[in-house]
Design a protein around this ligand. Structure first.
Ligand code: SAM
Length: 269
């Protein structure tokens, strides 16, 4: 299998560290009732361990060269299904709705291709049938940004934390991969919060929420008051009053607000 040359363009950094693979499996805390969607199984190192502890693994891999290898590896293995495709192009709601296994709820466990980390996470959180939980490997710096707290928030952090509780689990050093990437990675857990279905069904509310968040973050150096009054065409005084109601001063910047603060602010604006 090592004959297949890793494609940088597909974010192929394969995990070769057995201890890390086991740590991911422990962190995912799976049982024989769990159905797992894996994105980018690669050579199937994680897939194999997932299959040993859960009910079914459904793995989506883009690289045709790896598909052949995966089919050979898992031939006769009833609880592994390999699908060739691009996670960003397949019709995920249709895949979930048409699968007796996925439709009753599923988890995502994956070592994500880094070049499309954010679009994949966004897709999974915003889709019609989201997973209940995701345990994924991302670049360490991205992991830190996703789990950020008020004071260091970004649009990415707000976007994830709007839908899920995000936790940093552990760092994975770059030496654990072949080929070795330039930076370290980390495993994060995102537990989709119970009101998620409700929120996604309320599309207008979600749209308004993100329109306001985006305008709040529009100019990094400017205060929230300036950004919001420019972006939403509101009097500065009005924005200042609303922020004061939430206990924030006139100098507050967007990165200081947590998701709950944004929720309250959106209701007031
Ligand atoms: N799971 C393997 C491991 O841990 O060693 C491989 C992880 S590697 C970081 C990312 C994998 O995602 C590669 O196998 C790559 O071919 C696959 N991939 C890249 N883009 C993809 C896409 N759009 N859809 C599905 N898989 C993709």
């Amino acid at each position: 299998m090592e004959n297949i040359k890793a494609k940088k363009s597909l974010g192929q950094n394969f995990l070769k560290d057995e201890a890390v693979l086991n740590h991911i499996i422990e962190s995912a805390n799976l049982s024989k009732d769990d159905v797992v969607l894996e994105i980018g199984p690669g050579h199937g190192a994680l897939t194999e361990k997932l299959a040993a502890v859960c009910k079914q693994v459904i793995a989506i891999e883009l690289d045709e060269r790896l598909i052949e290898l995966l089919h050979t590896k898992f031939v006769g293995n009833q609880n592994v299904e390999i699908i060739q495709g691009d996670i960003l192009k397949i019709n995920l709601p249709e895949l979930v709705a048409s699968s007796q296994l996925l439709v009753h709820g599923y988890k995502v466990v994956a070592n994500l291709p880094y070049y499309i980390t954010s679009p994949i996470i966004r897709l999974l959180l915003e889709t019609k049938y989201p997973p209940t939980e995701m345990v994924v490997m991302v670049q360490k710096e991205v992991a830190e940004r996703i789990v950020a707290k008020p004071g260091a928030m970004s649009i990415l952090a707000v976007s994830v934390q709007y839908y899920a509780k995000a936790e940093f689990l552990f760092t994975v050093f770059k030496q654990s991969f072949e080929p070795m990437p330039k930076v370290d990675s980390a495993i994060i857990k995102m537990s989709v919060t119970s009101n998620q279905q409700l929120v996604t069904s309320d599309k207008e509310k979600t749209k308004k929420f993100f329109r306001i968040v985006k305008s709040g973050f529009s100019a990094k150096r400017k205060t929230l008051i300036n950004n919001l009054s420019n972006g939403l065409q509101l009097e500065k005084k009005v924005v200042e009053e609303k922020l004061a109601q939430l206990g924030f001063s006139a100098n507050t910047r967007a990165q200081e607000l947590g998701v709950e603060d944004w929720r309250k602010l959106v209701v007031l604006l």
